[in-house]
Design a protein around this ligand. Structure first.
Ligand SMILES: C[S@@+](CC[C@H](N)C(=O)[O-])C[C@H]1O[C@@H](n2cnc3c(N)ncnc32)[C@H](O)[C@@H]1O
Length: 453
């Protein structure tokens, strides 16, 4: 048999002109080069682009658009240069269509569901300035001044200074600018990962959208730092300082000190109040978290008697918002600080039918079933990586009648749902995409699975 002719793959660093015809899961544009696939960051369907090749594998390459040669028919003007909002060049209606399609396609292609029981996507209440948590990076600006903004796409060491963040509230914009000016005034330098010089690393701001409470946390390298006189200049509930070692860019870990005010902020979701500690996860879109939890509660179909497990519960938001309709809620979460918040949040809201435990779902699921008995409903809200096959087995062992799977990644929801159907005797009843993150390719979805028979 004649050997198939394999197209020659493009070289790393080379620049080529491509026609983008599709969007892949995760949001990159898809182009073809004699059948060879190139994923183009920044390219959208219909665009003709010049792209620089990055990683280049046997069957595909990754590339970054360096020039837009001809815009596709749907492209619109970006509101502002923002690496965290790459989909702002698509009209919002197109973003919604695309997200709905990506959830369906993941379930069809990866999950093998022939016609997934999709409900229409729930659009965001507010397509701009919706984020309640922002992480900014300090860097050396092009004008020699200290910059505080975002990493330039594809360039880990370049930080673009920003005056306006179109995903954050105006209050957060004002705090970021005030912190930058204060640091410039003291001639503090950004930490340089190349030569380990400098000091300032990140600014993390969290805002209770319904309470108006704001927390600012400055992350630096270890060293002398006296931000006490910055605190009165910021309209914040608390100012914290984290000293972190190592070259990795992360705002987690390190040693955190309270500089002024309180260590936590409060937020309201529906009728409930939630206390949030700095290390705890909290949905980044408060208004849409309310809708997401309402959809999850509706999917759970509670009658007031059920035993509900809230796995990956964070600070207890989903379980507590279901507790009024359940017999008892049992939450499981690995970050101890978040579990402490969950227990306190139950008290804060006068809820006495919810218990929370710290543990890894992989190893703590069996002990939880021993302690609490088998659940009627399991709510699962894992990180983007989804569930390992082993965790899915642990979930199946609990034999809940219903599973409500809240997913922030359809490509991991799909194989998890397939395993629950094939090996656990569940049926996929509904899948509702929810747009928590307008202007970005991120998609949230709530899937309801019922045990057959
Ligand atoms: C997507 S968040 C969901 C949090 C919460 N349900 C909410 O809506 O705010 C995922 C949570 O899972 C926790 N987590 C990650 N891996 C875990 C594991 N193996 N066992 C227990 N919790 C885990 C994280 O700390 C995080 O709080």
């Amino acid at each position: 048999m004649p050997e198939a002719v394999r197209p020659s793959k493009p070289q790393r660093g080379s620049e080529i002109d491509l026609h983008v015809h599709d969007l892949a899961q995760g949001g990159a544009g898809v182009a073809r080069l004699d059948g060879y696939v190139v994923f183009v960051q920044g390219g959208f369907p219909g665009d003709r682009v010049r792209a620089r090749i990055g990683k280049s594998k046997r069957s595909y390459a990754e590339a970054q658009m360096v020039e837009l040669l001809e815009p596709g028919p749907d492209r619109i003007e970006a509101r502002s240069e923002h690496p965290g909002a790459p989909w702002q060049v698509l009209p919002y209606e197109r973003q919604l269509e695309e997200k709905e399609r990506q959830v369906r396609e993941a379930l069809e292609r990866i999950g093998g569901f022939e016609s997934p029981p999709m409900k229409p996507i729930v659009p965001a209440v507010e397509p701009w300035r919706y984020r309640n948590k922002l992480e900014y990076s300090f860097g050396a600006g092009e004008d020699g001044q200290l910059a505080l903004g975002f990493h330039r796409r594809g360039q880990w060491d370049a930080i673009d200074d920003i005056e306006e963040d179109v995903l954050a509230s105006e209050k957060i914009d004002a705090i970021r600018l005030a912190v930058r000016e204060w640091c410039r005034g003291r001639e503090l330098k950004a930490y340089d990962r190349g030569d380990h010089s400098g000091f300032l690393r990140n600014l993390v701001v969290r805002e209770g959208r319904r309470t108006g409470q704001i927390q600012a946390r400055i992350v630096t390298s270890p060293g002398k730092f006296y931000p006490e006189d910055l605190a009165p200049e910021l309209p914040v509930q608390g100012l914290l300082w984290t000293a972190a070692e190592g070259v990795a860019e992360t705002t987690r870990g390190g040693e955190t000190k309270l500089v002024a005010g309180k260590e936590w902020i409060e937020e309201r979701v529906g009728d409930l109040r939630f206390r949030i500690s700095p290390e705890a996860f909290f949905q980044t879109n408060t208004e849409m978290a309310e809708q997401l939890y309402a959809i999850a509660a509706e999917g759970a179909g509670l009658t007031g008697k059920e035993k509900v497990f809230d796995l990956f519960c964070g600070i207890g938001t989903i379980g507590l918002s279901m507790s009024g309709f359940a017999g008892h809620v049992w939450g499981l979460e690995q970050v101890e600080e978040a579990v402490r918040d969950a227990i306190r949040n139950a008290e804060l809201n006068g809820i006495d039918n919810a218990s929370f435990f710290a543990g890894d779902v992989r190893t703590a699921m069996r002990p939880l079933v021993e302690e609490a008995g088998k659940p009627d409903v399991i709510v699962i809200d894992p990180p983007r990586a989804g569930l390992s096959a082993k965790i899915v087995r642990r979930v199946m062992e609990a034999e809940a009648k219903r599973i409500v799977y809240v997913s922030c990644n359809p490509t991991t929801l799909a194989p998890n749902a397939r395993q629950l159907v094939d090996d656990g005797g569940y049926e996929l009843k509904t899948v509702t995409p929810v747009d928590m993150f307008p202007q970005t390719p991120h998609i949230e979805a709530v899937a309801v699975l019922d045990k057959v028979g």
